[in-house]
Ligand binder design. Sequence first.
Ligand SMILES: Nc1ncnc2c1ncn2[C@@H]1O[C@H](COP(=O)(O)OP(=O)(O)O)[C@@H](O)[C@H]1O
Ligand SMILES: [Mg+2]
Length: 338
Amino acid sequence: MTSNELIKQLLLSYNKSDKDAFISAAREYIEREKRMKHTQVVKELEMALFNTSENRTSFSERRFKNEMPIPRDSEKGFPLLEIKHFTDSYENLIVDSTVKAQIDQIIREFKDADILATYNLSFKKKILLCGKPGTGKTYTAQIISSLLAIPLVYIRFDSIISSYLGETASNLRKVFDYIEQGTWIVLFDEFDIIGKNRDDIHEHGEIKRVVNNFLQMMDNYNGNSILFAATNHQYMLDSAIWRRFDDIVYYDIPDNETRIKLFDRFLRQLKRDENISLESLAKKAKGLSPSDIKMITIEAIKISIIESRNKITERDLQIALTKFLNREKLRKGSNLSE
Ligand SMILES: Nc1ncnc2c1ncn2[C@@H]1O[C@H](COP(=O)(O)OP(=O)(O)O)[C@@H](O)[C@H]1O
Ligand SMILES: [Mg+2]
């Protein structure tokens, strides 16, 4: 959409008192400024939308205001969670149709929570996101937070655990006490501890207790938030963990068609030569994750900017891709211990 169309959207939604449409248009506009690298403008617009000063006017902030201080680790004092705001559009998340349908359903259920409740049903509250690194698990939680205009509570699960095992239960309790005070999109990220510590028999029992502890708190949770847990090691999770979740979303390495979409999406930032073949690029990028493809495109975009061209060429992409693939070869070659 052009900037005029977006402003028209804003005015129309104001006219119809359609808050959701208003926020969505505002976000779209901020996204647009972001793409144009107007960092200062983006900052100011985000401030205006999420107004963090005294007289909050933003719809979302007012609904989800939370007076509790951020809980901290009692031993070392670091914060146990972060609250983050995102402005991003759903179209930027490129996933296969199965994953897309699952995410759509999660969002719809949340929006229709009231209707579901009249049938004594609940929206999906506990969701496991799993799959290889760089496939969009963390990004999905960010996108959902953005789309629903609900702040993200971000918890690095492994940092809570590794801090000091004895403190873990109390840390988890604090996190859940905090979450229960509001409506959030919650992400327990890097829910990988079991996989990582599998070989350490001494620690394993302790870790198991921690996980059971977490599962119990999750079981007992019946608030208004959606709780996500993300892991790269789903095979390490046993069935006791598995069945605790209302839904399990599996992020596969993208197929050829999805890779084409990813290249297309990431290259939108800059004009590109008409003769660039996304098909052949996608073929060469077989096995790479969305995050890898993003890295390659950023590298290519930088090359073209540095060389003062206002267009990305096939050559830029080729250089970036070769560089990336060589790096992967190095990484795999040196990783003999795994
Ligand atoms: N499916 C995707 N669609 C679009 N961009 C993606 C996707 N997956 C990853 N990315 C990009 O790569 C970055 C890292 O991905 P992330 O969500 O952190 O991966 P992980 O699955 O390891 O949590 C994201 O911030 C996003 O920019
Ligand atoms: Mg992640």
